[in-house]
Structures are given as structure tokens and as C-alpha cells.
Design a protein. Structure first.
Length: 238
């Protein structure tokens, strides 16, 4: 399934579940003021530039196109399911809003019916003017961290990635994504891991034009779901 088709299906489903319209720890990235200029983060999803934001704002003003951009929870689910491809992570467990900054906890239903948190996504308002959309810029990491490469830095292929993990019988996988691609532009499988705040690292080969922002995601699972925890970081391809 093409990425655009998959995103359309995902956002249609979450809009039906949550209603359309605007919603109104160790971090793997810095937390400057969202109003600072230029944009202080790596724009991971759904927009790759301010020009793309402005194009959407114009289409929304005319025809109400893709209203989910104004809802941080729906944007978080579109990123998790449509962009990363983690179909079973389909619940918004919590949303914390502060001005133009949001933390959205996404998760999945365990066999016992409880919702298990998979990640806390960091979103900020991207752009200016009326109807400013939400942009995913990273994750707040706890028991699974992605510390290398440094957020906002430059990475060449193969890129060495690393962090720490707490868990038992874990299996780490990783993918590299870039906007405009129909799927991952790099993959890695698999690295056994576990322990308490145990360091891990490996290298991932990827393909991306120099200068483009790429999203690196590492995840583990296999106990009750294929993906149970994940962390992301954003860098530019060198």
C-alpha cells in the first residue's frame, strides 16, 4: 500500500474514532520555545517545510482539507500508524498541552484489555498565521532511549545508532524514514537486548538525498505485540 493511501485510511479511521476538528524522563531532543525563529526542531511529520505548511493552510481555508492537522492526537496516530507503519499502536492514552507544545502518549490494547503506552510523542505548532498545524518533532524517552546520533545533527550511511534499554528478552529493530518515500529507506533486524539501562548500538544503511531530514526509529516487542515500545530521533542526511 502506498504511503499516501495508508495515511488516508489511518486518518479516516482515527477521525471516526475521535471526532474531527481541532483539539482544543529523558528527552531525545531539545525543548526551546515553540515561538523561536527559525524553527528550532527537526520537522519529522507531516510537513517537511514551512512552504508545505502554507500550502495546506490555503487548502484548508478554502475547503477544510485534512482537518486532522489541527488535532495533536490525530497527528500522533497518523505518524505512528501511517508513517512508521505500527498499525497496532492505535490508541491515544494521554495528551498534555502547553501553548504550542504537546506531549501525546500513544499505545495499544494488551490482551487483558488495558492500554499499554508505547511512546510519548513530542509535537509543536509549525508555521504562523491562522490554523497553525501540529508537527511531530521527536519522542520523550524513558526505558528505551535513542541518543545516538545527536538530535538535529548530520548522519551519513551507514549511520550508527545507540541508546539504552531496560527490559527482559528484548529484540531491537530499526528503520529510517523520510517524507516523500512510500516506505522505509533503511532497515535493521535484529539485536537481542535487555537488562537495566543497558547500552545498545548498531548501524543502519539508508538512502536519502543530502540535506533531507530523516526519522530514525528503534523499537522492541514480541511479548504481547510486535511493537511494544519505540523511540525516534531526527537528523539530516549528509
Amino acid at each position: 500500500m502506498k504511503l499516501t493511501t495508508r495515511l488516508a485510511a489511518v486518518t479516516a479511521a482515527v477521525l471516526l474514532a475521535a471526532g474531527c476538528g481541532a483539539a482544543g524522563p529523558s528527552a531525545s531532543h531539545p525543548s526551546p520555545s515553540p515561538s523561536s525563529a527559525p524553527f528550532a526542531y527537526q520537522p519529522l511529520f507531516p510537513f517537511g517545510s514551512v512552504a508545505e505548511v502554507q500550502a495546506w493552510q490555503a487548502s484548508y481555508a478554502v475547503g477544510g482539507h485534512e482537518p486532522w492537522h489541527l488535532n495533536p492526537g490525530l497527528t500522533a496516530l497518523a505518524f505512528t500508524q501511517g508513517y512508521l507503519g505500527f498499525d497496532r499502536i492505535d490508541k491515544v492514552a494521554a495528551v498534555s498541552l502547553r501553548a504550542g507544545d504537546a506531549r501525546v502518549t500513544v499505545g495499544f490494547h494488551r490482551p487483558d484489555g488495558h492500554v499499554s503506552a508505547a511512546a510519548v510523542l513530542h509535537l509543536v505548532k509549525y508555521g504562523s498565521g491562522k490554523n497553525v498545524p501540529w508537527e511531530v518533532v521527536g519522542t520523550d524517552d524513558t526505558t528505551l532511549t535513542l541518543d545516538i546520533p545527536v538530535y538535529g545533527g548530520t548522519a551519513t550511511s551507514p549511520v550508527r545508532i545507540g541508546g539504552k534499554i531496560t527490559g527482559v528478552d528484548e529484540s531491537l529493530r530499526a528503520e529510517v524514514h523520510r517524507l516523500g518515500s512510500s516506505g522505509p529507506v533503511g532497515t535493521y533486524c535484529c539485536r537481542p537486548a535487555g537488562g537495566r539501562a543497558t547500552p545498545w548500538s548498531f548501524s543502519v544503511t539508508f538512502h536519502a538525498p543530502p540535506g533531507q531530514v530523516i526519522t530514525i526509529v528503534v523499537h522492541t516487542g514480541g511479548h504481547v505485540a510486535a511493537v511494544e515500545r519505540f523511540a525516534v530521533t531526527g537528523v539530516r542526511a549528509g
